[in-house]
Design a protein around this ligand. Structure first.
Ligand SMILES: Cc1cc2nc3c(=O)[nH]c(=O)nc-3n(C[C@H](O)[C@H](O)[C@H](O)COP(=O)(O)OP(=O)(O)OC[C@H]3O[C@@H](n4cnc5c(N)ncnc54)[C@H](O)[C@@H]3O)c2cc1C
Length: 330
């Protein structure tokens, strides 16, 4: 067994995804605390440019497995290949971001390695020389402390924005890129990827938005949504919503933020008439700056808010839009 931290690097359309940077941030943090070398593992076909991009990160090594059979993601292909790499290198931790892809193959991978996967963690802490991982249970109502028992490798996935992508350290010199062979054969792949799933034709990916104006039941009626749209336009923001707004059909379901909607991590989240129920919080608490406007000073959203405005959104938002327009006009 080595002391290595191995970080899984995901890509889509020949681009490293944002969760990959978050996983690298988690890996570097673990590596720093455990005084362990950190490596990244990349699977695909024709991925040398991505490997070079990863090599700019402060890493011991970038491992790339290049095979035409990995040109498209399949759970079988990824499980087979990662199992080989992990068996060979025997890292102490394998770190993932908790993406749809990782959810698809990581449990099988853990079972194939006869190891545990602690999934969807929010954070971890060191306690008496042991690492304790924190994950939510019961729709985010409680947090559970989880520790690995038995022998490594330990597989762990972190929730979106548990770590900040911009905290990834660049290396002083490019890391070594090593090509790793695989014994993957066409017969090992039992599925053929279909088209990528998009919820609706106009589905928005709120997880990538830098600014979100989220609207809740405080908006009272669908015709008042225009006010929210105007604020979003002035800020160059996406509009998000609490569940009742989408359940009412006032906004499409792909705008919903929360445990049964999207998980977002914008630089700025503005909640208008959103109470901040736990199921909503689960989806937005990774936001860097939270501004909340609510009539009720006891509303739970204020527990998360960086800036809280106790007041009527119908009085607060129109002058806010005017001020933003003035600033933009210079
Ligand atoms: C299994 C399950 C899954 C769920 N998943 C989600 C989810 O993914 N996302 C989600 O959002 N919810 C989800 N919910 C619902 C969640 O529990 C809450 O009911 C919901 O988030 C409340 O939405 P809200 O804040 O818009 O409405 P409310 O809780 O009704 O809050 C409205 C707020 O507006 C304020 N307000 C009223 N008028 C004004 C005004 N003029 N100016 C300023 N403030 C005003 C009020 O003070 C109040 O705080 C889920 C529930 C369950 C059971």
């Amino acid at each position: 067994m080595s002391n290595e931290i191995l970080v899984f690097a995901e890509h889509q359309g020949m681009k490293l995804t944002r969760p990959t940077w978050e996983a690298l941030a988690a890996g570097q943090r673990l590596g720093g605390e455990l005084a362990a070398p950190v490596a990244a593992i990349l699977l695909g076909h024709g991925i040398s440019a991505l490997a070079a991009e990863l090599a700019a990160v402060e890493l011991q090594e970038v491992l790339q497995v290049d095979s035409p059979l990995l040109a498209e993601y399949t759970a079988d292909g990824y499980t087979h290949t990662l199992r080989e790499v992990i068996r060979d290198r025997q890292p102490r931790f394998v770190v993932f971001s908790h993406t749809y892809q990782v959810r698809d193959f990581a449990p099988t991978l853990a079972a194939a390695l006869d190891r545990a996967l602690v999934s969807d963690c929010l954070s971890y802490r060191e306690e008496g020389g042991r690492l304790v991982f924190v994950r939510q249970v019961f729709q985010g109502k409680y947090c559970a402390d989880v520790e690995f028992v038995g022998d490594p490798p330990y597989l762990v996935s972190f929730q979106a924005s548990a770590f900040r992508e911009d905290s990834v350290r660049r290396g002083p010199a490019p890391a070594k890129v090593t090509s790793v062979p695989t014994t993957l054969s066409p017969g090992a792949i039992r599925t053929k990827p279909g088209e990528r799933f998009r919820e609706t034709k106009q589905a928005v990916d709120l997880s990538q938005a830098e600014i979100i104006v989220a609207v809740g039941r405080g908006i009272k009626a669908s015709e008042n949504l225009e006010l929210v749209q105007k604020l979003a336009e002035a800020l160059g923001a996406e509009v998000g919503a609490s569940r009742p707004i989408c359940d009412n059909g006032w906004l499409p379901m792909d705008r919903q933020i929360g445990s049964s909607g999207q998980t977002v991590a914008p630089k700025l989240y503005i909640g208008l008439g959103v109470s901040g129920a736990v199921q909503h919080q689960v989806g937005m608490k990774g936001s860097r700056t939270v501004v909340a406007v609510n009539k009720d000073k006891e509303a739970p959203i204020f527990e998360l808010a960086t800036y809280g405005i106790v007041g009527d959104l119908f009085e607060i938002v129109p002058p806010l839009i005017e001020e933003i327009k003035k600033i933009k006009a210079g």
